[in-house]
Ligand binder design. Structure first.
Ligand SMILES: *Cc1c(COP(=O)(O)O)cnc(C)c1O
Length: 225
């Protein structure tokens, strides 16, 4: 299967309301251009340096998403162009993004990353820390960030029931947050969940963005990257 065929297949499989984000980390420009020619415009990277370099080299109508853990001192490099930051997991980071958004005179869209997996190695907010952020005056004063929804990762396991439970939990956080803090506006609408191994479960559970790498581009070779 070619990259174009993989994309076409995924688009057929996914409901219309679920956006496909092609995770291009470690992959060369040629692969991205193949996806681009197949109509793909949303790409995700997890390293700032790679994201910036690819943004500079590749077509300007690509929407670049940051999906990896983001250090505050690196926000400035992506602030001028990033479409959506999926991985915001602290108020400090949000404040830095706001500051850089102001410098660039643009509002930067962010998702808050929730911790729902069993592994503690994964980043993300607890339900309580999510509430603390949204209820803080510091957050409410930010003008250059826009919280567009939530993101999360399920445990890396073959246990479908467990994955489903974690996605259901994330969807419940999403609905609850929307009702409590964002009612009456439509800015809070994205739920980023699902990867190559679990995107169908995620779509069933209410995902609006699936982040897919290996099923589009094949296995990643980190030593070459
Ligand atoms: C790498 C990565 C993905 C894509 O993983 P695949 O299993 O290759 O689809 C999705 N989300 C995040 C946050 C990632 O880092």
């Amino acid at each position: 299967m070619t990259i174009a065929e993989n994309i076409q297949h995924l688009k057929q499989e996914l409901p219309d309301n679920v956006k496909l984000l092609a995770v291009s980390k470690t992959h060369p420009d040629a692969f991205i251009m193949e996806a681009y020619r197949a109509g793909q415009r949303i790409f995700g990277e997890n390293k700032v340096q790679e994201l910036v370099a690819k943004h500079e080299r590749l077509p300007k109508d690509i929407q670049w998403h940051m999906i990896g853990h983001l250090q505050r001192n690196k926000v400035k490099y992506i602030a001028p162009f990033v479409s959506l930051i999926h991985s915001v997991d602290s108020l400090r980071l949000l404040k830095t993004i706001d500051k850089e958004g102001q410098k660039n005179n643009r509002q930067i869209k962010c998702l808050l990353e929730m911790h729902v997996a069993k592994e503690d190695s994964k980043f993300g907010l607890s339900e309580n820390s999510l509430r603390d952020i949204l209820e803080s005056t510091e957050y409410q004063e930010l003008e250059f960030v826009k919280i567009a929804g939530l993101m999360g990762m399920a445990t890396y396991t073959d246990d479908k029931e467990q994955i489903k439970q974690e996605f259901d939990k994330l969807k419940a956080y999403f609905e609850q947050t929307k009702t409590t803090y964002f009612s009456g506006n439509d800015q809070f609408k994205e739920l980023s969940m699902g990867m190559s191994g679990d995107y169908l479960l995620a779509a069933e559970a209410g995902s609006t963005i699936v982040r897919i790498g290996s099923l589009i581009f094949g296995a990643r070779n980190y030593t070459k990257a």
